[in-house]
Ligand binder design. Sequence first.
Ligand code: MRU
Length: 380
Amino acid sequence: MVLIELKVENTSYRTIWPSETDDRVVRIINQLALPHSFEIVDLRRAEDACFAIEEMQVRGAGLIGATAGFGMYLASLQAGNETFDQDLIRQAEKLKSTRPTASNLAWAVDRMLAKTSAGKTPEEKRTIAKAEAQAIADEDADFCRRIGEYGKAIIEEISARKEGAPVNVLTHCNAGWLAFVDHGSATSPIYAAHDSGIDVHVWVDETRPRNQGASLTCWELGQHGVPHTLVTDNLGGHLMQHGLVDMVLVGTDRTTGTGDVANKIGTYLKALAAKDNGVPFYVALPSSTFDFSIRDGLKEIPIEERSTDEVTFVTGLSKTNGELTSVRHCPPETKAKNWGFDVTPARLVDKLICERGICDASEEGILSLFPEKRKDPATP
Ligand code: MRU
């Protein structure tokens, strides 16, 4: 399969990469500026990586993990030779506390700590940290590419059934190239299908309150030439009732070993509508997004609660002067609530698409792809 690497004005980009000229600098695309401008930001310290994750210059499970990996590399450069291990652990805790829901964050930080601990000197640990951060990023891109190969087969089958008529995929939020290092999870099968000539069209939920669907998914699908239509979050049920959705395909920020899926707020409602209308509901994820330590998504997945300003204000380019503007759209005294994610129970998920293949959203299904996670019944 062809490497996708999204092209912006004819240049291929990953979403995070070490600077070509200074190996003490890591570069990211500032997603807060999209879709209005394409800005690259330099991270020089672990604190910059924390800021980038917390303020959502980078976001999405895979990219949060990759940024945390590079953040640990930057932390290793800052760590004193005498106090290396303590310094690194302190930065690890700070990175882990930036956002609660995506499991890739702690997974990447712990992987960096485990790997660097094998180094005998601070210098050796720094060398390991650099290689491991790159390995996390490369693996994320490769796993997403494989998700694309498996997921493409599903789209291909629907296309054949529809005798080449457009396959309509509904997606929520941005589980795209921008949410990972490359390809995306939910978008990877779409890009792969599109690149192989299948007629695929995407319904993009705008995804209130931050509108990652409108600002990010529409932008990256547009850059890649994939036909798409932006819809309000509430339209999905209506589209499904009228036979206008062939499959729902979303990403996830954390999925339990039993198949419960945390994803951007509103995903659960799409899954309910899909069930009621017999539309298959797929979730695409690399293995780094599984949390095998928990079984009950509703009770155990930490759900991020964010500023209510995201609900009470809407931000975008002003229709009158083209300037970036925030406007309040409710009375000043209105109370709001803003949970960022919800949990779709495994029973509403048809299949999971992973880098190792496609499985049922159940403990048995997941273990059939990841047998090494099967617990020895003798161990408590
Ligand atoms: O709050 P975000 O933008 O970091 O949320 C992540 C998401 O975009 C989605 O929940 C996505 O579908 C899963 S992340 C691969």
